[in-house]
Design a protein around this ligand. Structure first.
Ligand SMILES: Cc1ncc(COP(=O)(O)O)c(C=O)c1O
Length: 470
């Protein structure tokens, strides 16, 4: 390539390039340790990227949860923390932000998403009831099961095929849902557990048409719909981009309309809401709220702090308002897409279309020589770390856990390694380094051996399990 035909990424795709709608005010140095040191660190961590020390990691794509950069306004808000035990002014700012942007009536703070999942599961599930959802999420399903619920996957079949470029792979299959309701009876359905976007499917969105139709179906049978709103802002972006009639609407308008078709939501504010810690639970029904407000004091803290400091609630209130700005969401999803486009062009196997928060590598196609119980996605995460010090996360058989009835592994069709992009943290140059590492690991795929699990915790085993090389 000569200098004159050197092209920016935008030019290569025939469009004008975009840039992040912020500039950097403070930096945190990164450290890249040597290959020998990485080998040692990985063995000490039992080949589990969750068990690595963060200082041994170069670019950290383990998760987008609590890893984002707060804005100068959020940091200024932290200084206005009202650390009263009860009735903190920051609680009222936070409550108003959720009401304004998500539209729900009654709001509770929780220490993070799973605190909210715990409470809604206790309050809304009776033992033996079914909880249909659009693919499972690890902590969500576990809380539903611990409360006595039986999770049933109702996502459309397209979601299980990583190569199928369907625009709304997070949609609920309404025929499957109605069949379940008719077979088991509406009284045996606790509620529909709807997530937007669907993390385990690759960050895939739900369409507005689907949630509207879900509302109609649920109303016919008197069933409630609760939303996992963790990445609902990113979901709104995909609706704006892909669904007829929404191109002219703002992210904030789309978010509020979507939520209006649901009866309540739980939230890990560590994602969309741009804070390092926090969560919330919101419902429209007063009786249910009373039960939740009572439960929150048992497990989280008083209903005006829910396990958070006043300053955390202030940062969350400001983060919520920032999170729905169109230019922010466009840059956020745009960065993820940039990495996805590079890998697509190079022929690296990834989930298509690229989702909102992460690029998911299709480990089955990296390592066809490995059986699923040889942990291909865990292996791929380990290989990425060895190659470049980049930390990713397994989202396959280890994350899926075991069937509580049979004790056997769940064997999910998707065996993925997630490169999760924190919000407002890394630059395009970091994405280039990541893409080159994926390519190097893919080129070495034939020599790669799998793993065996040598230590398995009972709950959410992927966090603390240990592995050895086969
Ligand atoms: C879709 C989804 N729901 C719920 C949670 C749980 O939230 P937290 O980690 O804040 O407990 C997460 C976190 O990763 C998530 O991705």
């Amino acid at each position: 390539m000569t200098q004159s035909n050197l092209q920016t990424m935008g030019q290569q795709f025939g469009r004008r390039s975009w840039a992040e709608p912020w500039k950097i005010k403070m930096v945190e140095p990164l450290r890249l340790i040597s290959r020998e040191e990485r080998e040692k660190a990985l063995i000490e961590a039992g080949y589990n990227t969750f068990l690595l020390k963060s200082e041994d990691v170069y670019i950290d794509l383990l998760t987008d949860s609590g890893t984002g950069a707060m804005s100068d306004r959020q940091w200024a808000g932290m200084m206005l923390g009202d650390e009263a035990y009860a009735g903190s002014r920051n609680f009222y700012n936070f409550e108003a932000a959720v009401q304004t942007y998500y539209g729900y009536k009654y709001i509770l703070p929780t220490h993070q998403g799973r605190g909210a999942e715990h409470l809604i599961s206790l309050a809304a599930i009776k033992r033996g009831q079914y909880v249909p959802g659009n693919m499972y999420f690890t902590t969500t399903r576990l809380h539903q099961e611990l409360a006595g619920g039986i999770f049933v996957d109702m996502i459309i079949d397209e979601a299980h095929d990583p190569q199928r470029p369907y625009p709304f792979k997070g949609n609920i299959d309404l025929d499957k849902l109605e069949t379940l309701i008719k077979r088991e009876g509406a009284e045996n359905i606790a509620y529909v557990s709807l997530a937007g976007t669907v993390n385990m499917a690759g960050g895939q969105p739900v369409s507005m048409a689907n949630v509207k139709a879900l509302r109609e179906l649920s109303d016919r049978y008197g069933i409630k719909v609760f939303l996992d709103a963790t990445r609902m802002v990113e979901n709104a972006f995909f609706i704006q981009e892909r669904e007829d009639g929404y191109a002219g609407k703002s992210i904030a308008e789309i978010l509020k309309e979507f939520c209006s078709y649901t009866d309540g939501a739980w939230m890990s504010a560590k994602k969309d809401n741009l804070v390092n810690i926090g969560g919330w639970l919101a419902v429209n029904d007063w009786t249910l709220f009373e039960e939740l407000r009572n439960l929150v004091v048992v497990f989280e803290g008083l209903h005006t702090y829910g396990g958070l400091a006043g300053r955390d609630m202030e940062a969350m209130a400001i983060g919520i308002a920032e999170s729905v700005q169109d230019d922010h969401v466009r840059a956020r999803v745009g960065q993820v897409r940039y990495l996805g486009e590079l890998l697509t062009v190079w022929g690296s196997p990834i989930v298509q279309p690229v989702g909102g928060h992460a690029v998911f590598l299709d480990a089955r196609r990296f390592y066809p020589q490995l059986r699923q119980d040889q942990f291909p996605a865990q292996t791929l995460a380990a290989e990425m770390y060895l190659d470049s010090g980049i930390r990713s996360m397994e989202r396959g058989i280890a994350s899926a856990g075991r069937d509580p009835k049979t004790g056997d592994h769940y064997y999910p069709r998707l065996e993925l390694t997630r490169l999760t992009i924190p919000r407002r943290v890394y630059t395009q140059a970091h994405m280039d380094v990541v893409a080159e590492s994926v390519r190097a690991v893919y080129d070495a795929r034939e020599q790669t051996r799998g793993l065996k699990m040598v230590y398995e915790p009972k709950y959410l085993r992927f966090f603390q399990a240990r592995f050895e090389r086969l």
